[in-house]
Design a protein around this ligand. Structure first.
Ligand code: SF4
Ligand code: SF4
Length: 512
């Protein structure tokens, strides 16, 4: 359903502003001039079966199996899920649970592989010629390759490519904003792999059947903009390379769409309802590798930064590489970090255990020294309203905070808890240093837990009802069968009695 058909109804030369947002110090200089380096194969790989939004993949290997690089080891389950492939060749040490690269620190189903050092490829996917391929074939190849949104959203890319079946799509926006401070992995990828990214963009545009493509890059990445401008025509598409203002959270899908089209995406709706699909620049690169070379999604570029790191860098590492090995690759910790984060300083999550692996959506590892953090004394709210002014979703963060603290999660949901994109603008701005976004994270986690419990209870109730129905049906069938048998026996007895009566000599008759 298209509720705001926009095709050709916005001026791609114009830019619009969005309400709220902040301008934090970007500190990208720590790694912006660090060329992407390949990290050697680590000593162990822990590959979670849930690296994406949707249902976890089903394991296809068992302990002690030997696997080859690129081999399918986890199969997507259901319409929103993603395949998982072996990042290198080696032996499966375990198919079990391991700490998730997530603040919960809870164990998730994980395949642990001991690399054999040969890094030997198995069968790759068949190569494709996208110029003559059908859109469905391209989407199917992207699904087979297990590609998910590499900007951190981790939504299965093929599901987005298939949105053309449900929405009247006209524009593909490539998100090269990379608005989180410190992170430079997309910047470097665009500077070093512009031609490959442009090819991936053309392939996705063809799969989506859109009319126009806009590549949006924040104004603080002039080299990336220049690099992408060299490849402005691919697969018959003219790519419009647009510089967008350096403003956090410009990389949020909905805010990027607002900046480029002037249109608001309705709350909890997809940008596809406006006819627009947004993909990350690194996702376009992964699509190029999958379609042209048959390579599944088994590695990514990660920014390792912060004053706590000895040698900040941009590293291409295999999915499943433990954080500790990446830190060691960068010379280890220069000092005990105040905060160790997966992701950027605004939306990143604390690393509970450095043995956790990087996954397809991991764009950064930060070791922040005390001088880089804002951990100060929390004071009472002074109702200054600054958090409201900077909230890009138009929420009232202090009210959310009050309701959550009072345990009123339903009330918090009524005032927009679920619309919050956990961007952290409110916490960043609060003069009382209130941990607003952390409180919101906690509440969202609680709500998700409640939802999951409710779902489990409903499922258990459905199963119990189904079992009772089955038992009643079996009992009814038994009763019916017994009644039928009884009727048959009665009929038989009657027939026998009648036959016996017919054979009994009547008075005066003689048996011959
Ligand atoms: S910014 Fe902080 S002090 Fe000001 S209203 Fe919001 S929560 Fe209160
Ligand atoms: S974290 Fe949520 S409430 Fe806070 S500014 Fe961002 S969207 Fe608004």
């Amino acid at each position: 359903m298209t509720i705001f058909p926009l095709a050709g109804r916005f001026d791609p030369a114009r830019l619009f502003s969005f309400k709220g947002g902040i301008h934090p110090e970007t500190r990208k200089f720590l790694t912006s001039e660090c060329a992407i380096e390949d990290m050697p194969v680590p000593t162990v790989l822990r590959v979670p079966l849930q690296q994406h939004i949707g249902v976890e993949a089903e394991p296809l290997v068992a302990r002690d199996d030997m696997v080859l690089k690129g081999q399918l080891i986890g199969k997507a389950r259901g319409p929103v899920s993603a395949n998982i492939h072996a990042p290198t060749s080696g032996r499966v040490l375990a198919v079990g649970h391991f700490t998730a690269p997530h603040p919960s620190g809870l164990p998730v189903p994980t395949i642990t592989i001991r690399p054999d050092g040969d890094d030997r490829w198995g069968d790759r996917l068949p190569r494709m010629r996208p110029e003559s391929a059908d859109p469905d074939e391209i989407a199917a190849q992207v699904a087979k390759a297990g590609i998910v949104g590499m900007g951190g959203a981790t939504f299965p890319a093929a599901v987005k490519l298939n949105l053309r079946a449900r929405y009247d799509l006209h524009t593909l926006i490539i998100n090269g904003a990379e608005c989180e401070p410190y992170l430079t992995c997309d910047d470097r990828l665009m500077r070093e792999r512009a031609e490959e990214i442009a090819d991936g963009i053309g392939i996705m545009a063809r799969a989506l059947g859109v009319k126009q493509v806009i590549v949006a890059i924040e104004a603080n990445k002039p080299q990336a903009t220049a690099a992408m401008e060299r490849y402005h025509r691919v697969l018959g598409y003219a790519l419009k390379i647009k510089q967008v203002p350096t403003q956090y959270p410009m990389g949020s899908e909905k805010h990027l769409v607002k900046t480029l089209t002037g249109k608001e995406t309705p709350a909890r709706a997809l940008t596809a309802e406006l006819g627009v699909v947004v993909h990350n620049a690194a996702t376009a690169h992964a699509v190029h590798l999958a379609v042209r070379y048959g390579e599944p999604s088994i590695s990514r570029v990660v920014t390792i930064s912060g004053r706590g790191i000895t040698r900040p860098a941009n590293v291409r590492a295999l999915i499943g590489t433990p954080v500790a090995e990446l830190l060691a690759h960068c010379g280890g910790l220069a000092q005990e970090p105040e905060r160790l984060l997966l992701g950027g300083p605004m939306m990143g999550q604390p690393i509970q255990n450095p043995r956790v692996p990087i996954i397809k959506g991991t764009n950064g590892i930060l070791a922040l020294a005390a001088s880089e953090t804002r951990d100060r004394e929390v004071m009472p709210c002074i109702r200054c309203g600054l958090c409201v002014q900077v909230c890009p979703m138009g929420l009232t963060p202090f009210e959310l905070n009050t309701r959550i603290k009072a345990g009123d999660l339903e009330g918090a949901a009524r005032v927009g808890l679920l619309d919050c994109i956990t961007c952290g603008c409110c916490s960043f701005t609060c003069p009382s240093n209130k941990p607003l976004v952390q409180t919101i994270h906690f509440a969202k986690g609680k709500l998700a837990e409640q939802e999951s419990r409710k779902h489990q209870q409903e499922q258990a109730k459905r199963l119990a009802e189904a079992r009772q129905e089955r038992q009643e049906a079996i009992a009814a069938a038994k009763r019916e069968a017994m009644a039928k048998r009884k009727a048959e026996m009665a009929a038989k007895k009657k027939r026998e009695a009648e036959a016996a009566a017919a054979e009994t000599p009547k008075n005066g008759e003689t048996v011959k």
